[in-house]
Design a protein around this ligand. Structure first.
Ligand code: SF4
Length: 458
C-alpha cells in the first residue's frame, strides 16, 4: 500500500519515528509521501526522504499559511521541488472552514502553486475544505495544463468528484471514510471508480475509527483500505494492488512489474489472460485506453500456451477460488483449443469454469463449436451491449460485418443447449438500450441478464 499523504515531519513523530516506520513496513506500506505545509516543513520532508527509500516528499504551503506564500517563498519551493525525491507540489488549496489566512491570500497562493506545478510538470496535492465551488473554479482554469493531481482527504460532493475525474485527478480517501457518520462521503466514494482512488492517513490527524483517539500513523492506512474494500465489494488484496498502482501513476513512480500476467485474481475469482486479440473494435473498449484491469497489467508479448496457463493456475491454488474465468483484454474463443485443454484439467480438479466472450466463436471457427464445450464450461457470459444488428455494428465494429449480431444470438441459443449457465451483459450507456437488451435476453433468448457499469471493468 501507499500512504499518499502524511506529515511525519511534525513534532508528534519526533520521539518514535523509527518505530512508526517499522510499523509501516510491517503493515506492507511501500511508500509514504511526507507532505509539506510551509517552507520549513517542506525542507524537513525532503531531508527525511533522503534518509529512507520508503519516504517521498511534497513541497507546498497549506492554505492556513497562505499569508506566508510570498514571491520569495514560492521561489524557495521552486528550488526545493527540483530535488529528486519530490513527487508533487502541495498541499495547497482553500480552507474556508477555519480561514486562518484571508480568502484572497489563499487564492493567490493556490494560483501560484498551480502555476508552479504546471511549470515543473509535477502533480498537485489539493486541500479543499468548505470551498468546493471556489476550488472547482480555479482548478478548471488550470486543469488542461497540469500533469495531474489529487484531491487530498476528499470531502466534496459527487459533482466535485466528477470534475476531478474529468481533470484527470485522483481522489484520496482517509480516516473519515471509516467514521460512523460519514454515510454521505461513502455514497460519493461508491460512485468513484476504484481506478481513480488513492489512500492516505493525513497522519497525525484523522485517525481511522478502530484507532480513533490515538495519534494516526501510516500503518493505520490499512483500516481505510479495509473500508474501501467493503464499499467496493473487492478483496483487501484488490484494493491494495489497485490503489498502489494508482498512487504510482499519480506520483510518476516506477511500476515495479516483472513478468507477464497469465492468471490474475479479482475478488474471489481467478481470471485467465488468454489473448490480447479480438474480433471487435468496440468504441468503449478499455484496451484502447489502458492495459490495466483492476491493477493488473494484461499486456502479453505472446499468447500463453496451455502449458503456460496450467503452470500459472497451479501456483494459485485454483480450487480456493469461487470460479476460474477465461477472460483477458481480448476474445478468449480465438484460443478455443487452449480453452478446451485447460478447462478439461480445471474440471478434473473440481473448479467451476466460466468464459467471458463476445459470442463470435462460431464465426471465428466457421462451425458450431458449442457442443465441444459441453462438460468443460459451466458458465458463459456474452457481452452483447446492443439490441439490434445495426446498433451492434456501430458500437462494437465487428470484423465479420453486419451479420455478426445474428450469429451471436444463434451462439447464445446453442449455449443454452449445452452449458448450464448462460447470461448476456450490456453496459449502462443508454437506459433504453439497456432495457431492450434485458428484454431480448430474458424474454426472447431465455437466458440471464446482467447490467455492467460503463466505467467499471473487471
Ligand atoms: S469484445 Fe471486449 S475485448 Fe473485444 S473490443 Fe469489445 S470490449 Fe474489447
Amino acid at each position: 500500500m501507499i500512504d499518499t499523504h502524511a506529515h511525519l515531519q511534525m513534532p508528534e513523530f519526533s520521539d518514535d519515528l523509527p518505530s512508526v516506520l517499522d510499523n509501516a513496513e510491517a503493515a506492507g506500506i511501500e511508500y509514504i509521501t511526507v507532505v509539506g505545509f510551509d517552507v520549513d516543513s517542506s525542507k524537513r520532508a525532503i531531508a527525511m526522504s533522503e534518509q529512507s527509500a520508503k519516504l517521498l516528499a511534497a513541497v507546498g504551503i497549506h492554505p492556513h499559511d497562505a499569508s506566508t506564500a510570498s514571491e520569495s517563498a514560492i521561489e524557495e519551493l521552486r528550488r526545493l521541488a527540483r530535488h529528486p525525491k519530490v513527487v508533487a507540489i502541495g498541499e495547497t488549496g482553500f480552507d474556508f472552514y477555519r480561514n486562518l489566512s484571508p480568502p484572497e491570500e489563499q487564492r493567490e497562493a493556490f494560483d501560484a502553486h498551480l502555476s508552479l506545478a504546471e511549470e515543473l510538470g509535477l502533480p498537485v496535492i489539493i486541500h479543499d475544505r468548505d470551498a468546493h465551488e471556489d476550488s472547482a473554479h480555479i482548478l478548471s482554469e488550470h486543469a488542461g495544463r497540469l500533469v495531474g493531481g489529487v484531491m487530498h482527504c476528499f470531502s466534496g460532493d459527487a459533482r466535485l468528484a466528477e470534475q476531478a475525474l474529468e481533470w484527470g485527478f485522483f481522489v484520496s480517501v482517509a480516516g473519515p471514510l471509516t467514521y460512523p457518520n460519514a454515510g454521505g462521503l461513502r455514497s460519493v466514494v461508491e460512485q468513484i471508480p476504484i481506478e481513480r482512488l488513492v489512500l492516505e492517513t493525513d497522519a497525525p490527524y484523522l485517525t481511522p475509527q478502530p484507532k480513533r483517539g490515538k495519534r494516526n500513523e501510516p500503518a493505520f492506512v490499512r483500516y481505510v483500505a479495509q473500508e474501501l474494500a467493503r464499499l467496493k465489494g473487492l478483496s483487501l488484496d484488490d484494493v491494495e494492488r489497485i490503489t498502489s498502482l494508482n498512487a504510482k501513476q499519480l506520483f510518476g513512480l516506477p511500476m515495479g512489474e516483472n513478468g507477464e500476467v497469465v492468471v490474475y485474481p479479482i475478488r474471489d475469482s481467478l481470471y485467465i489472460n488468454v489473448t490480447g486479440a479480438c474480433t471487435n473494435e468496440c468504441t468503449f473498449c478499455t484496451r484502447f485506453k489502458s492495459p490495466y484491469i483492476k491493477g493488473h497489467n494484461l499486456t502479453l508479448k505472446r499468447d500463453p500456451s496451455a502449458d503456460d496457463i496450467i503452470g500459472a493456475v497451479g501456483q494459485r491454488r485454483e480450487r480456493s477460488y469461487k470460479e476460474v474465468v477465461f477472460c483477458g483484454l481480448g476474445e478468449p474463443f480465438l484460443r478455443l483449443d487452449v480453452i478446451k485443454q485447460v478447462a478439461r484439467l480445471l474440471k478434473e480438479r473440481g473448479c467451476k469454469v466460466r468464459v467471458n466472450t463476445n459470442g463470435q466463436a462460431n464465426l471465428i471457427h466457421g462451425r458450431n463449436v458449442v457442443p465441444e464445450l459441453a462438460g468443460l464450461v459451466d458458465s458463459v457470459s456474452v457481452s452483447l451491449n446492443s439490441s439490434t444488428a445495426e446498433k451492434y455494428f456501430d458500437l462494437c465494429r465487428p470484423k465479420f460485418g453486419p451479420w455478426t449480431f445474428s450469429s451471436i444470438l444463434e451462439f447464445i441459443r446453442e449455449c443454452k443447449k449445452h452449458i448450464p449457465e448462460v447470461s448476456v451483459t450490456a453496459l449502462d450507456i443508454d437506459p433504453d438500450e439497456l432495457e431492450a437488451c434485458s428484454k431480448l435476453a430474458r424474454e426472447e433468448l431465455g437466458v440471464g441478464f446482467r447490467e455492467r457499469h460503463y466505467n467499471e471493468v473487471g
